[in-house]
Design a protein around this ligand. Structure first.
Ligand SMILES: Nc1ncnc2c1ncn2[C@@H]1O[C@H](COP(=O)(O)OP(=O)(O)OP(=O)(O)O)[C@@H](O)[C@H]1O
Length: 231
């Protein structure tokens, strides 16, 4: 269970507040207008931003000030964040072993993760030798490989066509189900939320609201959400 308790996060003069609870195994979409604070919220959960006040708890343990690598969070960034000078195997290896020393089983795990996202045989490519969609799938493979209890995905599949996006969302759902992970996914596409996420957090003007039941939220959206959806 992830608890954000009276959390206030600052980004320059901007503030995001959150006071909510998300359960293990849930899939949660994080939606809201551009600049509302969605990435800021995810960054704080993953440990890339220190909150100004409040607490973050995972299964009762406070993780508010823990370094990102010590948190139960695997994060897929908006820019996918692969090292350009490293091959896919080397990029994924860092997720498993920050010291770079791979055990023989690690190679099989990396190959399996790449296979799962449709990149089998591309182990030795560098990001420059991949399309934008392939890079986003490689970044997903890295999160899958980490198999952390919270999978935080910041607009993960913007570079993919509709069919491939659905396929990758299904892969995320399968892996999350296997490990009982909580999935947090920032998206601008209401279809993603409805297809993938039982719950939705709506971030508006720096306030994270919810979680709401996704179907109920979209079938009768509050005024601010209607404005965002253009309805
Ligand atoms: N380092 C910073 N200094 C000042 N302001 C910042 C900083 N980082 C983010 N902001 C501001 O914080 C606000 C929230 O940004 P954030 O990236 O969280 O929004 P978002 O909801 O993820 O938007 P988008 O959907 O466009 O990615 C924005 O107004 C942004 O300009």
């Amino acid at each position: 269970m992830l608890v954000l308790e009276d959390l206030v996060i600052g980004a320059g003069a901007f503030r995001v507040t959150a006071d909510l609870t998300l359960h293990s195994g849930a899939s949660v979409a994080i939606i809201g207008p551009s600049g509302a604070g969605k990435s800021t919220l995810l960054d704080a959960i993953a440990g890339f931003r220190s909150p100004l006040s409040g607490r973050i708890l995972w299964d009762g343990q406070e993780i508010t000030r823990d370094a990102p690598g010590k948190r139960p969070v695997g994060m897929l960034f908006q820019d996918n964040n692969l090292f350009p000078h490293l091959t896919l195997t080397q990029n994924l290896a860092l997720a498993l072993r920050p010291d770079g020393r791979l055990a023989s089983a690690d190679h099989a795990a990396i190959a399996a993760a790449l296979d799962r996202v449709g990149l089998a045989g591309m182990e030795n490519r560098r990001p420059s030798g991949l399309s934008g969609g392939q890079i986003s799938r490689a970044a997903l493979a890295r999160v899958l490989l980490q198999a952390r209890p919270i999978m935080a995905l910041d607009e993960p599949f913007a570079a993919l066509g509709p069919a491939l996006k659905i396929e990758m969302l299904d892969v995320v759902a399968q892996v999350a189900a296997e490990i009982g992970a909580l999935v947090l996914m920032v998206s601008h596409d209401p279809q993603d939320a409805m297809r993938f996420a039982g719950q939705t957090v709506f971030v508006n003007a720096g306030v994270a609201q919810g979680p709401f039941d996704t179907d109920a939220l979209f079938s009768d959206p509050p005024k601010a959400l209607r404005a965002y959806l253009g309805r």
